[in-house]
Write a protein that binds this ligand. Structure first.
Ligand code: F6R
Ligand code: MG
Ligand code: MG
Length: 364
């Protein structure tokens, strides 16, 4: 059976500030998707949140970029924005950058990760959701899951994985893409994905099974809007087991909280902390950036789950490390490398300050 798993998300208002989603917003989204399921548009759905982002996880048989599914997500965000305005939540409607729906939510503000595939006899998937960071944040963990044998022993000893994976990489600034094969092109691959502010892994494919393995959202909100409108707060879907890494291999990269762009005002480097879904409440300096993982078994498109994968005790040390790294990075205050380089910051007063001091700058 061919099913499509669509994860569409937007920040439509925060509670309090940018730290969390209001439970009434999630309930409203639940009601709207329940109706779509009853009417037969969706096979199943799960509504959740990651920090101030509302996450719609949906299964259906209409394929990727389907107008009806995207409209359902858009209308849900619009209805939830109405409620957010009523509650005077912070930044109500923040990610809805267009006035009306025009066929596809791509380029309109919400983040999208979708994959269509033939459901296997057993189909474990993990939906990763992040807050206070951007799409390039998935590059390092996706590389480790699908190309690093020190993370994924299956690449070495599982015959189903030994021929490796291919990576579709997007240049988010110039809207170009390239496919590179691991393991033989990993040095070329790393030239690009090691620069996550510009290059983001969009998808990963199994080379032996010729199947989609992972897909992420790669929208850059500031590039869409031409101004600062919050961070992109990405999502990523990963299929697990069999021809794909095991669940434990997929989660393993998050045991080291790597540095990502985002955090306060989308303008800092900070550690990506793996947390349970209830703990996705970035509060310290609006962070540190968070990642959650909702695990499901699919059963003819039905979402059996979720299991809150990072609630597990074995991620306690990663959280402690993340808090220590957060402390250390915070010490640098407005200095790089805590603060992002000038051209990567979402906010900047540089042009105004440079203009004001123009006449005081002398040639040296
Ligand atoms: C980062 C984020 C927050 C805000 C910050 C200022 O992605 O959403 O850190 O940038 O709280 O928010 P405003 O400008 O809305 O006062
Ligand atoms: Mg927000
Ligand atoms: Mg957010």
């Amino acid at each position: 059976m061919k099913i499509t798993l669509s994860v569409i998300k937007a920040d439509i208002g925060g509670y309090v500030g940018h730290s969390e989603s209001h439970p009434d917003i999630c309930s409203r989204a639940n009601e709207l998707l329940a109706k779509a399921k009853k009417e037969g548009l969706l096979i199943d759905y799960h509504v959740t949140k990651c920090g101030d982002d509302l996450e719609l996880i949906m299964t259906h048989e209409h394929g990727e970029e389907n107008r009806k599914i995207h409209k359902l997500a858009w209308d849900t965000f619009v209805q939830c924005t109405k409620l957010a305005r009523k509650l005077k939540l912070y930044g109500a409607g923040q990610d809805l950058l267009a006035d009306s729906f025009s066929g596809n939510v791509k380029g309109m503000g919400p983040g999208v990760a979708e994959m269509e595939f033939e459901e296997r006899v057993a189909e474990p998937v993990i939906v990763f959701m992040a807050d206070k960071t951007s799409a390039g944040g998935w590059n390092l963990p996706l590389y480790k899951m699908f190309a690093d044998p020190f993370n994924t022993i299956g690449l070495v000893i599982a015959p189903t994985m030994h021929s490796g994976f291919s990576f579709e990489v997007h240049d988010v600034k110039e809207s170009k893409k390239i496919v590179l094969n691991a393991p033989e092109e990993i040095y070329d691959l790393l030239v690009f994905i090691g620069a996550p502010s510009r290059y983001a892994v969009k998808a990963v494919y199994s080379r032996s099974a010729n199947e989609i393995a992972a897909v992420s959202s790669t929208q850059k909100l500031s590039l869409i809007a031409g101004r600062y409108v919050g961070k992109d707060d990405p999502v990523c879907i990963v299929r697990c087991q069999g021809a794909f890494p095991a669940v434990g291999e997929v989660l393993e990269p998050f045991t080291t909280p790597h540095l990502v762009e985002g955090w306060m005002r989308g303008s800092h480097h900070g550690p990506l902390m793996p947390v349970s879904i209830p703990d996705s409440t970035p509060s310290r300096f609006d962070g540190p950036p968070r990642v959650t993982a909702a695990g499901f078994q699919l059963s003819s498109g039905k979402l059996v789950g979720p299991r809150d994968m990072f609630a597990d005790k074995s991620f306690d040390l990663a959280r402690e490390k993340a808090n220590q790294v957060a402390d250390y990075m915070r010490y640098h205050g407005p200095f790089e490398p805590h603060r992002l380089p000038l051209d990567e910051m979402e906010y900047t007063t540089m042009p105004q300050v440079a203009e004001k001091l123009k006449t005081r700058f002398k040639k040296i």
